[in-house]
Design a protein around this ligand. Structure first.
Ligand SMILES: [Zn+2]
Length: 304
């Protein structure tokens, strides 16, 4: 694993479409934030020679963090429960293919790879950017997110729309920060889902139709790496495409990107939604669903 002490790292998925049979490149980020995440440390003891030192915090007050505006990560544990909020469905076995974007360095007791996943013990917040999006997009997002929630057991919360302009707007940007306390408070930034074009997100040029930027962080207490934030952009060029099997062309791309968002990697099996070159699969198939069920069974992340 290449985290090497950095606390976030992005993985991007430019989608080559219209699925012209070309292999899609998975582009590792070169833009990972470089801040290290220090383990919260108690306040430094004040010199006993200082007569004006403030009283020390009681032991029960816990470690102190700098104000949010001086940090590059949120105070840990926002909305984190002690147990998963939901459970993934029990599925019939499948031979269909699935793959994970990244796995932990430690395997499970039975030797199986353990994927990097969201904490199932807190809700995943998301916002929808209505700019450049077609009518009904928020509902399409809601329905697609509900599919992912059902397949993983992960709980999602729609925080509403982003503002299209003004101080609370978030213009499309490939390097959207994972921590924006001035906009979202002292928590990881909610996932942003919207449309963009190559003028603001250059990777959407050419045949690329979507990109997901997943942000990971390592829990300093457990050493487990989790997904904590992310961004999904769909190419506005999709809006000019004909429907795919009665579905607006951007909807299968949206679902595919949400698969990336929760930790699925591409597969070669053309019958699965996570195949990057398929032109007819519009929603999650048996292999995709099997992978999503595993991704819903991640560990809690009390230290993030
Ligand atoms: Zn993809």
């Amino acid at each position: 694993m290449a985290l090497g002490g950095t606390w976030t790292e992005a993985q991007r998925y430019p989608e080559n479409a219209p699925r012209e049979g070309t292999a899609e490149a998975t582009q590792a980020s070169a833009a990972a934030p470089t801040s290290t995440m220090p383990a919260p440390s108690p306040t430094t003891p004040t010199s006993p020679t200082s007569p004006t030192s403030p009283p020390q915090a009681s032991l029960s007050s816990g470690p102190r963090l700098p104000p949010a505006g001086e940090r590059t990560y949120p105070a840990p544990g926002f909305e984190e429960s002690t147990a998963p909020l939901g459970t993934p469905p029990a599925l019939p076995g499948t031979q269909a293919e699935y793959a994970f974007t990244q796995t932990q360095t430690q395997t499970s007791p039975d030797g199986a790879p353990v994927p990097v996943a969201w904490s199932p013990c807190r809700p995943i917040h998301y916002v929808v950017d209505p700019a450049r999006a077609p009518a009904g997009f928020a509902e399409q997002v809601r329905a697609s997110v509900a599919q992912v929630s059902a397949a993983t057991g992960l709980v999602f919360v729609h925080d509403g729309n982003t503002a299209s302009e003004g101080s609370t707007a978030e213009p499309p940007a490939i390097d959207r920060p994972a921590f924006q306390p001035s906009l979202y408070g002292d928590r990881w930034a909610p996932v942003l889902i919207g449309f963009a074009d190559e003028t603001s997100v250059q990777v959407l040029g050419g045949t690329v139709t979507g990109i997901t930027n997943s942000i990971r962080a390592q829990d300093p207490g457990t050493g487990i790496v989790h997904l904590v934030s992310g961004t999904v952009y769909l190419d506005t060029e999709l809006l000019a495409r004909p429907d795919v099997r009665g579905v607006p062309a951007h909807v299968p791309v949206l679902r595919h990107e949400l698969g990336h968002l929760v930790g699925l990697e591409h597969v070669g099996d053309a019958s699965q939604l996570m195949n990057p070159a398929s032109d007819s699969v519009t929603t999650f198939q048996s292999g995709d669903l099997a992978g999503l069920a595993v991704l819903g069974g991640g560990a809690c992340a009390p230290g993030l």
